[in-house]
Design a protein around this ligand. Sequence first.
Ligand code: AMP
Length: 282
Amino acid sequence: MPLPTFRTVQEMRDQVAAWRLDGLRVGVVFTMGNLHEGHIALVEAALKKTDRVITTIFVNPTQFGEGEDLDSYPRTHEKDTDMVAAAGGHAMFVPSVSEMYPEGFSTRVIVDGLTDVLCGAARPGHFDGVAQIVTKLLNQAQADETFFGEKDWQQLAVVKRLARDLDIPTVINGVPIVRDDYGLALSSRNGYLSEEEIEIARKLNVILKKAAYDIGTGGFTADACEKAAEAILKAGFEKVDYVECRDADTLELVEKSEGRSCRIFGAAHLGRARLIDNHLVN
Ligand code: AMP
């Protein structure tokens, strides 16, 4: 049986209310579509913690900057729905842009501080768009739990902060990064890469992992590791946005890990793709 696809907020809310009346707990997973195993891991995590799982597909225009790939972002709804159905998901929410941003829409959601660094610095305005759409989706679904990938660690930190600050009751869960056999973090944008570029892309994970180890064992300062990693990345990637070791929660720069929970973050451009990844430093 094809999965039910809700196109309006009201349709989704009616279904969530009916499930709640039956005593069922509801999970929701937000995506921009063109699904891969990384997204499916979120659906599987949601199925473990809740009784009914809704997967959202919405390519949110407000989180794309000028010159970014909003128009060419792959839209593969049928294949995506089949993948979610095969994983055991219960429904899709695929709203139109006008359903999400009706005429006269004028509210913004700004999360200060956390959004000034890393991808926030490299993509001005990106996290304002993310915070806006995630706040809307959380309110629309009113789910018990939601699931975000740790690949987008900063996004996860921003979402946790806004849910706490705005008293949104949905529990925010992080799900570990899903990688290919060579360690490359799966991403919808990997489809932009040629075979040769994929080979280069795989270095991002390797280099960050080595830097995480070197910082974690205390043999090198974060600054030295960041500089070394960036230099190696520059040899293959066209542009490196950042390689930085930061506190996992506050995203403050860290020089020595010293028992704190830190991660090393990297972002670099290759062909049409901008790739991001991060590793735990321990
Ligand atoms: P996107 O469709 O790229 O906006 O991603 C939707 C959700 O899937 C976000 O929470 C991402 O962090 C998560 N996600 C994307 N790629 C991966 C991956 N390789 N492993 C785990 N989660 C992922």
